[in-house]
Design a protein around this ligand. Structure first.
Ligand SMILES: [Cu+2]
Length: 147
């Protein structure tokens, strides 16, 4: 019986290609100045902030955030409505080519709901950022004091 060499070879090619692709994609994005606010005792909600830098010549979209610390992390935006600070969920954040977007306390932020444990100052917590083109980036963010 003739063996089918094509399928495993093709699978290997796909694997190699996706490895190269991932490496390229993660060079395209870098995360700076990230931190998670320590949670206030008794509260299971907090927020994370960071600067998303897109060094590539294509727009990249942050679509989802996952982590062991919570099953519900949303992208939110603060805005002033009738002199009141409001918060609304946004589905995704698109970072244009060669530009960056800042997530900060007065603007866009990651809202972390249903924390599975209290987050204390100086801990490091892992988040996975899921971007368009199936790119995933794992980051470690320091927990800093709540203000
Ligand atoms: Cu929020």
């Amino acid at each position: 019986m003739k063996k089918n060499y094509f399928t495993p070879f093709f699978a290997l090619l796909v694997c190699l290609f996706s490895l190269v692709n991932t490496a390229k994609a993660s060079n395209a994005i870098s995360i700076k100045d990230g931190y998670i606010k320590a949670s206030i005792p008794g509260s299971n909600i907090t927020a994370a902030y960071m600067t998303l830098v897109n060094q590539s010549d294509k727009a990249i979209t942050l679509q989802k955030i996952t982590s062991d610390i919570s099953d519900r992390i949303e992208i939110h935006e603060h805005s002033m409505v009738d002199d009141m600070m409001r918060m609304r969920q946004v589905e995704q954040i698109t970072i244009s080519a060669h530009s960056s977007i800042v997530l900060e306390p007065s603007g866009l932020h990651l809202m972390i709901f249903s924390l599975k444990q209290q987050l204390r100052e100086d801990e490091l917590k892992a988040l996975t950022l899921h971007f368009s083109n199936s790119t995933k980036i794992n980051i470690q963010l320091p927990v800093s004091r709540y203000k």
